[in-house]
Write a protein that binds this ligand. Structure first.
Ligand code: PLP
Length: 377
């Protein structure tokens, strides 16, 4: 086998400063981590893990089959029932957010007559789902309703049904989609299906932590609410909250659901345990919102730039690969882990440092990081 072609590509990445490495063990005493998606700080809560393990009698670490063939369905059914109770519509579990988006978007998109319209900045898992669907596809300018309207008008000419795919909180900008405007467009386009990825909002937004759709009271107006458990829920897996017909359709046609071993039941039980705690974590949600606002304002004062974020994810724009790497390295020397985000995760020229805050931080942590940012810029 000749590996030269691979080496050449790696050389190209390297010269462009884009060669990725797995991070070394970064966390040490005195280091603050601004890179994790553990927005409620639950991954570090050993009290919760201990409480969970105490309740589990016979943990099963494998399902040993895909969901359609697994003999032990209890944990999945219980979590789906809990989600159905919370969201007021049936839910289907997936192994991860990546499985969820590739599986659902591709299955719906592959239906003859579907045209997919998405925000330009949607996550790679949605883009891969769109590619797999082979459906006609249009993108609108990020969070821009006018641009969306223009694309919808064209899409309506091209197909019978439009699948509009957006996120609620965008993972690299921390801004929030105008979801109410999107819902309103369903009046004009009766065959518009609205798909909202709430990966960064589950646990964090809404009275019960169900996400931005809960906060805006539009859960019943959204056709697919896509949520993940690997972020604020400190677990693994994902779900689609949909109507019953769509649930059965997805479990019959979503290839990532059908052709992958179901999550270990013990993980699913842990998710259910965590979700029941998260519901009551309003104090943590309010605290996270408050420190996020403090951080955003502080960053605006330092950079003299208005932050696009209105959430716990806050970018510090570097505008170049080199600058992003340099700022991140200097922050690391100062005890702050905040990773550079570069092409292809974000478009070239919009490189940034992504800060994600979590509820275990306090105002001193925020003032400390702002101080350090001011020094390294
Ligand atoms: N959707 C969005 C918006 C994400 O940011 C991510 C992960 O970063 C995913 C989906 C994928 O979720 P998971 O990590 O569970 O595969």
């Amino acid at each position: 086998m000749e590996y030269k072609v691979f080496e050449n590509i790696l050389d190209e990445y390297n010269s462009a400063g884009r060669l990725r490495h797995l991070p070394q063990a970064l966390l040490a005493e005195g280091v603050t981590d601004f890179s994790s998606n553990d927005y409620l700080g639950l991954a570090e809560r050993s009290d919760l893990t201990v409480e969970f393990l105490r309740q589990i009698k016979e943990p099963r670490f494998t399902s040993a089959a895909s969901r359609l063939l697994a003999l032990h369905q209890e944990s999945y059914a219980a979590l789906e029932a809990q989600l159905e109770n919370d969201y007021g519509k049936p839910a289907l579990l997936f192994n991860s957010g990546y499985h969820l988006n590739t599986g659902c978007v591709s299955a719906i998109g592959a239906l003859p007559g579907t045209v997919i319209v998405s925000d330009k900045l949607v996550h790679a898992s949605i883009i891969d789902g769109i590619r797999l669907s082979k459906a006609p596809f249009r993108r609108f300018r990020h969070n821009d309703v006018k641009s969306l309207r223009a694309e919808l008008a064209k899409a309506a000419e091209e197909g019978e049904r439009i699948l509009l795919v957006v996120e609620s909180i965008y993972s690299m900008d921390g801004d929030i989609a105008p979801l109410k405007d999107f819902v309103a467009l369903k009046e004009e386009y009766p065959n518009l299906m609205l798909y909202v990825d709430e990966a960064h909002a589950v646990g964090v937004r809404g009275r019960f932590g169900l996400g931005v759709c809960e906060e805006l009271d539009i859960i019943d107006k959204v056709d697919v609410i896509a949520g993940t458990f690997g972020k604020a829920c400190s677990s693994v897996g994902a779900f689609a909250a949909v109507n019953q017909t769509l649930k059965v359709f997805l479990l019959n046609s979503s290839r990532s659901f059908i052709f992958s071993t179901a999550l270990p039941p013990v993980n699913v039980q842990f998710t259910r345990f965590i979700l029941s705690h998260i519901k009551a974590m309003n104090k943590e949600r309010a605290h996270l919102a408050q420190i996020s606002q403090r951080f955003r304002y502080g960053l605006e004062t330092i950079t003299h730039q208005k932050s696009v974020s209105s959430s716990q994810i806050v970018p510090l724009m570097a505008w170049s690969n080199e600058k992003a790497l340099k700022i991140s390295a200097k922050l690391r020397e100062a005890g702050i882990i905040a990773l550079p985000i570069r092409k292809p995760t974000v478009p070239a020229g919009t490189e940034r440092i992504r800060f994600s805050l979590n509820a275990s931080m306090d105002e001193r942590d925020i003032d400390d990081v702002l101080n350090k940012i001011e020094h390294v810029l």
